[in-house]
Design a protein around this ligand. Structure first.
Ligand code: PEP
Ligand code: MG
Length: 292
């Protein structure tokens, strides 16, 4: 039978020269997690926990959260998982938490900012996540969305560690956080680049607005330069820097991200094989010399 010359992916993310780039999954439900495990994801790089809250008329109890998270984590027993704490607010309002109307929702009280006035909400979620991780035997990391400053990163890491979580990280999706990555990395164990929001904020282009979609192209040098700065700061600190925005799911962009020093790519299950195969075709020197 005819054989294809294109290398296929065997479930271990690496370049042609063996350089490792972990290939992880973005999940938001148990069905997503099962599909990701079946597709050979090495772990979960982004578990969006919003689903547990957004449709709830009252705050889900710790026991309800624990069961919901465990159902998602269960296919990844023994594997690394990154659970993101609630990323709600503004355009994703919580029915049980009335927040004032805001003229610019993307610049408002969202992500970790929701927790500053309500730290118990975060603490209850961290307790439920810790319990679900123990129930399922996953290798747990947690991260916070929409972190702007090193002080916010430190505030989050302190609470995560108080909940018994060993690995605490933050998303880098605000330009100031990318510019201060070294100071943020001094406070946390890893960072994950949310290129969807980072592109939106660095180009001042609403990610939901078709009229400005061309500015949100992750190939643009303004965004890639920030990704490279964050990856370099992470390498300097000896800590991982992944990408979990849509950019990570693009097989033509993955080698560029690897060349910038990104240590993992997290994407939807359907993208894993294509990105894995694309990485196998290039070595690190080739990735670094990608010119665009
Ligand atoms: C991102 O902003 O790139 C990201 C991964 O988070 P979300 O898409 O959930 O905002
Ligand atoms: Mg985001």
């Amino acid at each position: 039978p005819a054989r294809t010359s294109r290398p296929t992916w065997d479930g271990v993310g690496r370049l042609a020269d063996g350089h490792r780039v972990k290939l992880l999954a973005n999940v938001g439900s148990a069905a997503d997690a099962r599909a990701a495990a079946a597709a050979g994801a090495e772990g979960i790089g982004l578990f969006r926990t919003e689903f547990c809250y957004l449709s709830a008329a009252s705050e889900p109890t710790e026991a309800e959260q624990r069961a919901a998270y465990a159902a998602v984590l269960e296919p990844f027993a023994g594997k690394p998982v990154v659970v993101r704490t609630l990323d709600a607010g503004s355009d994703k309002p919580l029915a049980f938490l009335p927040m004032g109307a805001e003229p610019n929702p993307a610049l408002g009280v969202r992500g970790l900012r929701v927790a500053f006035d309500r730290p118990e909400l975060l603490d209850r979620q961290l307790a439920a996540i810790t319990a679900a991780a123990a129930d399922t035997g996953v290798e747990l990391s947690v991260m916070a969305p929409m972190v702007a400053t090193p002080e916010e990163a430190a505030w989050f890491a302190k609470r995560a560690r108080a909940a018994g979580i060993e690995r605490a990280g933050v998303m880098i999706e605000i330009p100031a956080a990318a510019l201060c990555a070294a100071e943020i990395l001094a406070e946390v164990d890893f960072v994950s680049l949310g290129t969807n929001d980072l592109a939106q904020y660095v180009y001042a282009a609403d990610r939901q607005l078709g009229a400005v979609a061309s500015l949100n192209d992750p190939r643009r040098p303004g965004l890639l330069r920030l990704v490279g700065m964050v990856a370099s700061a992470a390498a300097e600190a000896g800590k991982p820097a992944g990408v979990c925005g849509e950019a990570a799911a693009d097989p033509s962009l993955a080698p560029k991200l690897a060349g910038l020093g990104v240590t993992s790519l997290s994407m939807n299950a359907a993208a894993l094989a294509g990105v894995g195969a694309a990485l196998r075709e290039v070595d690190l020197a080739g990735c670094r010399s990608t010119s665009w």
